[in-house]
Design a binder for this molecule. Structure first.
Ligand SMILES: [Zn+2]
Ligand SMILES: [Zn+2]
Length: 263
């Protein structure tokens, strides 16, 4: 399995429009962060988790022309804002129906934001709207995509539920503030964990750096990568070095756009 980080930035991305802080002016490739999303390639299947406002740019950068399954974590715009661009994926895939997997609360948000593509009833009022299949998930109940078994995991983004995913040895948790059992139990010593860490101060909806590292320390995966990072976190190279100096029991690295990991 290969995991390609298409975006590792928080909702505004890095650089933040109009910001002149050190991180936003950094020329290092690792400090350019699009909105959070990954492409998982496993058993010949291409699985995308979230399609934010940078989805089109991410597909162009990495030559992505095929997505077999779209998984969504929650309906905040930085995770679904690229859905209009799925029209192009549909055309590139010979107009085969696109498969969307999410819990009902996420589909509700998707329908609200994109009612011209996904009307609650009847046909889309939009010429050339692709054909979509909405497959509704239930947290804790594994399901099969084209070629993979996936388990949706219940975590919390403040008061809002958020869906994490386990695919083989990968556990992906973004926009989390609380990860109760049984989602926690999905992580074991063979797991490669991707977890969000927004910045350094406490935040009502997100793990900050300390909370994410504490979670990793408690759950003890084989290794872990941080994502959904804001400019307040600092420059990638400095954050990486700071985490190394903390001598955590498992290897942890802040992810960056374009990072590929093999599991
Ligand atoms: Zn987000
Ligand atoms: Zn969010």
């Amino acid at each position: 399995m290969e995991v390609l980080f298409l975006g590792t930035g928080a909702s505004l991305g890095v650089p933040v429009l109009g910001c002149t802080c050190d991180v936003c002016r950094s020329e290092a490739a690792e400090d350019q962060r699009l909105r959070t999303s990954v492409l998982v390639r496993s058993a010949g299947e291409h699985i995308l988790i979230d399609a934010g406002p940078d989805f089109r740019a991410q597909c162009l950068t990495h030559g992505i022309t095929r997505i077999d399954s779209f998984l969504f974590t929650h309906p905040h715009f930085d995770h679904i804002g690229g859905l209009d661009e799925t029209r192009a994926v549909y055309y590139a895939m010979d107009r085969r129906p696109l498969h969307f997997y999410a819990e009902e609360f996420t589909f509700e948000g998707i329908r609200k934001h994109f009612d011209y593509l996904f009307p609650a009833s009847g046909k889309p009022q939009y010429h050339g709207a692709p054909e979509y299949r909405f497959i509704t998930l239930e947290a804790g109940k594994p399901f099969d995509t084209k070629a993979n078994r996936v388990t949706p995991l219940r975590a919390w983004h403040g008061d809002m539920p958020v869906t994490g995913y386990r695919i083989g040895k990968l556990v992906y948790l973004t926009d989390v503030k609380k990860v109760p059992e049984p989602a926690r139990a999905a992580i074991d010593k063979d797991t490669v964990l991707v977890v969000s860490a927004l910045h350094r101060k406490p935040h009502p909806l997100h793990f900050n750096l300390d909370e994410a590292l504490e979670f990793i320390d408690q759950t003890r995966p084989a290794r872990a990568y941080l994502t959904h990072i804001s400019h307040w976190m600092g420059k990638w190279a400095e954050v990486k070095e700071e985490i190394r100096r903390r001598r955590l029991p498992v290897p942890v690295m802040p992810a960056y756009d374009g990072l590929r990991i093999h599991i």
